[in-house]
Design a protein around this ligand. Structure first.
Ligand SMILES: Nc1ncnc2c1ncn2[C@@H]1O[C@H](COP(=O)(O)OP(=O)(O)OP(=O)(O)O)[C@@H](O)[C@H]1O
Ligand SMILES: [Mg+2]
Length: 237
């Protein structure tokens, strides 16, 4: 899988009723990730409780995306472990079944599908009935101000509109663990506020929300802010 691709869900596997809705603590224990000679994460520990919104800041190349991929099971730690509830995270397919949604940097949308199709796809993959998937996707897109654009192909949308479609896709899943990688980097002030309000509400509803961001004003909305520098995590507040 490429760096910015995201699996659309656990294809063909119907999760047991209720499994997707259960919010669990997300516990990153002394995780080190190496890419050849590069140490992207160096012994990172971070525990996020249900209902908590944590922002991850730090300069470009500090390891923010790598941390989100590791939390999602998309990157295997060289050392340490990520535990979701009591379950060791081993793969992206597994975390998709456990209700972990990842909104990747660069959006990960299918350019030749419409906005609505992009948002519906993971819902259908998670065995939602088409009518329910359509309703959830439509509501999520409308909440992000995309009610009039949902039938446009993604490649016809602006960068900021695409970014909001990607956030809608994460939110429509109602995922108990939502990992978002710089979800406001291309947005104007008004749309940034909309996205942050929705992420805040998602955490307040009892879910885990982790957001990588360069933007101090976006980080201010979080309960806690941690910072990565060359793969080393420190607590900012
Ligand atoms: N698949 C990969 N193969 C090799 N090196 C990688 C890979 N992914 C990330 N890296 C390296 O790991 C380090 C951390 O990268 P990462 O993308 O996590 O940083 P980031 O904090 O998200 O940066 P940005 O703010 O630019 O998105 C960088 O040195 C990067 O080049
Ligand atoms: Mg990144």
């Amino acid at each position: 899988m490429g760096r910015h691709e995201v699996p659309t869900g656990a294809r063909g596997r119907a999760p047991a009723a209720g499994v997707l809705r259960e919010a669990r603590p997300l516990d990153c224990r002394d995780v080190t990730v190496r890419f050849g000679a590069v140490t992207a994460l160096a012994g990172v520990s971070l525990r996020v409780e249900p209902g908590e919104f944590v922002a991850v800041t730090g300069p470009s190349g500090a390891g923010k995306s790598t941390l989100l991929w590791a939390l999602a099971g998309a990157v295997r730690p060289s050392a340490g472990a990520v535990i979701l509830g009591s379950v060791p995270v081993v793969s992206r397919d597994q975390t998709a079944v456990l209700g972990v949604a990842l909104v990747p940097q660069g959006n990960g949308l299918a350019a030749v599908l419409t906005a609505l199709e992009n948002v519906m796809l993971p819902l259908l993959a998670a065995s939602q009935a088409p009518a329910a998937a359509h309703a959830a996707a439509t509501a999520a897109l409308a909440s992000l101000g995309l009610g009039d654009s949902m039938n446009h192909l993604v490649e016809e949308l602006s960068g900021g509109q695409q970014q909001r479609v990607a956030v809608a896709r994460g939110l429509a899943l109602g995922a108990p663990t939502l990992l978002t990688d710089e979800p406001t980097s291309e947005l104007d002030h008004g749309n940034r506020e909309v996205v942050l309000t929705l992420l805040r509400a998602h955490a307040d509803a009892g879910n885990v929300v982790v957001m990588a961001t360069h933007d101090p004003e976006a980080a201010a909305v979080a309960d806690r802010v941690v910072r990565l520098d060359e793969g080393v995590l420190t607590v900012e507040r």
